[in-house]
Design a protein around this ligand. Sequence first.
Ligand code: SF4
Length: 492
Amino acid sequence: MQIIKSNKTQFEYDIQALLKSFYPEWEPRMLAPDSQIRDRRILEGEPVMELIFGEDEVTLEMLNGLHNIHVWKPEEEEGTAAYKNAFKRFFYVCLCKETETTLPWGNLTGIRPTKIAMTMMEQGNSGEETAAFLRQMHLVSEEKTALGVEIAKREMEILGTLHYENGYSLYVGIPFCPTTCLYCSFTSYPIGAWKKRVGEYLAALEREIDATALLFRDKILDTVYIGGGTPTALSAEELERLLKKLKSAFDFGAVQEFTVEAGRADSITEDKLRVLFENGVTRISVNPQTMKQETLDLIGRRHTVEQVEEAFRLARRVGFTNINMDIILGLPGETAADVRHTIEAVQALSPDALTVHSLAVKRASKLGQWIEKNGATAYNNTEEIMEIAARGAAEMDMVPYYLYRQKNMSGNFENVGYSKRGKYGIYNILINEEKQTIAALGAGSITKGVFPDDRIERCENVKDVGQYLGRIDEMIGRKQKLFAGGTGWGRS
Ligand code: SF4
């Protein structure tokens, strides 16, 4: 247990997020202002901090170890955004001093660092001004500042072709997979257990499709993304039924991109790929995560490296000219040499895009439990490993085009989407930058309404498939309520 006591209940989220970033193994606990911390038995080696917001200064006292005291005399007015930002800088610098380290993304704790850069540039700031802001206000490293600004500029260029005012995107979730991966934190159920009820799921989805198509009948559909889960866990016939329904309900006339996650190699067959291709899917993802068989076995992917290679080649033969591959850095036991091997094996296939994730371990995932059980520190990600992946993407003539962060990411890094020019996944940018309404259908999906007054509102579908089937009218009703204003959404 690690204890932080503060005499004011403010900035709790930022304090905890920064502590987790510096000390990933901690589960920091904030004590209430009236707790008697000094009377408590302080465990040997357990960090205990006391944060005192005084009249003119703020102090952070380390109550064990070296008993360091850090002092900040704020010039900003309390309660303002500037005060909060300055506090975050102070707290971050204290932790840098305590740990003798810095974080690549400085004191940024949110998941969308590029959104800050993009917003600033949209407001007329130059790339240099934006970079200076990230470095000075958020203490972001030189490398990450350059990456963030480069990506934000590219995103603006890519999104230039979208119908901002009148357009929207569509997400369809298929919450089934061949088996559950150890690190999974998505809505996913083993297809074997649901095989007999997939028809029911598709029938519910079809009702949601019809209702959503009606709701959005005056809008322009820009991108479509079928994810999950693993959509290709469905049979070829089931996929065909879904795709045909989508195409008959929505107007695909202006769709710029139609993506289907074909993530797991053990779900891919020629029949399914043909159904996707013949129904106008333009982009698929075949995800190895790693090309090291031992790791695939450990993380429960239940497919071989050869299956990934075969699935990829099959997709090319069927005709796909935009294939993404996902890999994960920081997997248990993987070294820089393993990542180099994965990159070389991916390069041999020559995909059009490569998405590089840093492992994020959620406690609820099976991997979180595995790590706890095995007392593992066997997963890590380093600057060197990130560099191997970035260099590998550059060697394939790819550029970084979107980026996001998650909680509990190995090494405090980021997920980066790389792509050859013109093969970008536009939907990936949209989901991160929140520039356009995304209507999301299926169990566990989250619809995001982006309104002209900059409001962003969400409505969620239940995750449990049984609940989704039984409460489909309620799910439809939630979307109807969110967009009750009719055609007024979309940012201008
Ligand atoms: S393929 Fe993806 S969604 Fe399916 S179990 Fe694995 S991590 Fe989860």
